[in-house]
Every structure is written in C-alpha cells, then in structure tokens.
Design a protein around this ligand. Structure first.
Ligand SMILES: Cc1cc2nc3c(=O)[nH]c(=O)nc-3n(C[C@H](O)[C@H](O)[C@H](O)COP(=O)(O)OP(=O)(O)OC[C@H]3O[C@@H](n4cnc5c(N)ncnc54)[C@H](O)[C@@H]3O)c2cc1C
Ligand code: FES
Length: 280
C-alpha cells in the first residue's frame, strides 16, 4: 500500500471545463490525489491521447482546489493558460475525457504554527493555488490579505474569490484595465504593514519582488517557483533552481522535489531572472 504522502499515478476523468477569461478551469475526478493534497503542490499531466498512446511529454500544473467528496468522489481543480502544444491540448479537453496525472508533487507551503498576519501575492494563473492556502491559514486563525496581479483583466484570476478569502484585497494590472495600473513590485510596499509572512506564486520577476520586499520589511517569504520540469518527479535533473543553501554555499537544487515552494531569500534571483539588480 502507498503511504498517504506518496504521489500517485492515476487516470483522471474530466468532469467540468469552464472558460474563465484567458484560462480554462478543469475539474477532474482524480482518486487519491485530492486526499494527499497540500497547498503549493502540483500534478504532472501526460499530454496526448491515451489511445493510440501519443504522449509528447508531461506538463506541470498547480492544483488550485480540491473537494474531498462529491458525486464523483474526490476532485481536483486545475487552471490552464492555452499557449503551446501541451497547454492547448489540455485546454481542449471535454467532459468525460480521460487524462493521466501524477501527483500531488513537490514541497508544499509551510504553514505557521502561530496565528500570524499573512499576505498572499498571486500573479496570473498561479494566483489560483493561493486560495486553498488562504483557507488553511484562516483555519489556523491567521489574518489573510491578498495582492493579485496580471497583465490585463482576462489574465487576472480570482479577484471575486479573493474578496471572500481575504480581509483586504489589492489588484494591479499592467494595462490598468482593472485595479491599479502597475506591477507587483510597485504595489507591494503599500500592503506590507504588519505582515509577518508573505506567500507568493507567479512569474520569476514577480516572485523576486515578493522576496526582496519581504526582506526589506523584515518578513518571511515563501514562493512557489516555476522552472520547466521535464519529469516533475526528481528523476531527470532537468529543473535546476539556483539557490543559496542553509550553509551559505550557492548550489543548484531540483525545483520539482526541493521546491517548487522555497524560501524567497534562498533563491539566487539574478540568475533566475537574468538580471543583476533588484526588481524595479
Ligand atoms: C510547478 C509548475 C506549475 C505550473 N502550473 C501551471 C498552471 O497551473 N497552469 C498553466 O497553464 N501552466 C502551468 N505551468 C506551466 C506549464 O507546465 C507549461 O510549461 C506551460 O503551460 C507551457 O507548456 P505548453 O505546452 O503550452 O508550451 P510548449 O511550448 O509546448 O512547452 C515546451 C516546453 O517548455 C516548458 N515550458 C514552457 N513554458 C514554461 C513555464 N512557464 N514554466 C515551466 N515550463 C515551461 C514546457 O514544460 C515544455 O517542456 C506550471 C509549470 C510548473 C513548473
Ligand atoms: S523535472 Fe525531472 S528532476 Fe525535476
């Protein structure tokens, strides 16, 4: 029998597909994965039809919600931004389609032991993974505030849900189509007052801003970093994430198993974002 923490490989069934802005929201019956889920984990989805077997590769996707019970048993939710071959194939799935998944994978967010003030910062589709985290933080009597960012309105995820999930919500878009015009880096200092821990999910540039601002305000940060992941399970070594170890020595770790959630002050952001200076 597999341990309750071990990832599973299952054939999931697509139950619901919804188009929301620039994204497709998929609800899948995925036995065993919902029960093992912890916020910050992801699934690796095999791309291509099962018969004949034409898998191209796997794509990693954040688990953005779980329901432990329901008429189809436990379900998970994914948010897909169609772009390249794999994400477009996934976004084209219909009710009743079967999809092979492995998960939950990766190191989740660490939850505070004390009730502390938490700021959740999400960008684009990655904001989705913060909602189940907000629920668990509130269950621990933590105060939750949110900052959501995106390039424009269609790419802004969860602005309405955030009003229910958080005590205060700030929204920024690059084109100003909703919320304030600007970037996460612009908006962060104004929402840091009294914050103990910052949780971030988004682009490397956005997460760099999260880590740098948290450090500046004396807060802890944990960020969910996306690095291309050929296997997602720790086998191929193809997902190098440059960090500084606990011993102060720079090294590369595997984003899929040593991350994707990692302390913001441990990431060597200049190497990840290709910049030498801090965020603008
Ligand atoms: C931990 C993690 C969670 C993710 N969660 C989501 C999610 O919830 N929703 C979503 O739409 N996408 C997510 N992604 C990105 C997703 O896995 C795909 O990489 C991305 O959708 C591009 O794949 P594609 O088939 O469209 O593009 P293609 O051009 O066909 O991809 C080519 C290759 O590049 C890699 N790649 C390209 N862009 C990225 C990227 N930004 N991050 C990582 N790898 C990339 C792909 O994995 C693939 O191997 C996540 C990535 C990681 C690592
Ligand atoms: S993706 Fe293969 S080791 Fe991380």
């Amino acid at each position: 029998m597999s341990s309750p923490r071990e990832p599973l490989h299952v054939t999931g069934e697509v139950l619901v597909v919804k188009k929301v802005g620039a994204y497709r929201h998929l609800t899948l019956a995925a036995p065993g994965i919902a029960e093992r889920y912890r916020p910050g984990t992801f699934v690796a989805v095999s791309i291509g039809d099962l018969t004949p077997r034409t898998h191209l590769a796997r794509r990693s996707l954040w688990i953005t919600g779980v329901r432990p019970t329901g008429s189809h048993g436990p379900t998970i939710e994914l948010v897909v931004e169609p772009g390249g071959v794999g994400s477009t194939w996934l976004a084209d799935r219909r009710q009743g389609d079967r999809v092979e998944l492995t998960g939950p994978l990766g190191r989740p967010f660490a939850l505070p032991k004390q009730p502390v003030a938490c700021l959740l910062v999400g960008e684009g589709y990655a904001a989705g993974l913060l909602f189940p985290l907000a629920e668990r933080l509130r269950a621990r009597s933590c105060t939750v505030t949110m900052l959501l960012g995106a390039q424009d309105e269609p790419h802004l995820l969860g602005a309405l849900d955030a009003r229910r999930a958080a005590r205060a919500v700030t929204v920024v878009t690059a084109d100003g189509s909703v919320g304030r015009r600007g970037t996460l880096a612009d908006a962060l200092p104004a929402v840091m007052d009294g914050v103990d821990v910052v949780y971030g999910a988004g682009t490397h540039v956005g997460l760099h801003a999260v880590a740098a601002t948290a450090e500046q305000f004396g807060a802890w940060s944990q960020v969910a970093v996306e690095v291309p992941q050929p296997c997602g399970t720790g086998l191929c070594q193809g997902c190098a994430l440059p960090v500084v170890g606990e011993d102060g020595v720079p090294r590369l770790v595997r984003a899929c198993t040593d991350g994707p959630v990692i302390r913001g002050d441990r990431v060597r952001w200049a190497e990840l974002t290709g910049t030498e200076s801090g965020p603008a």
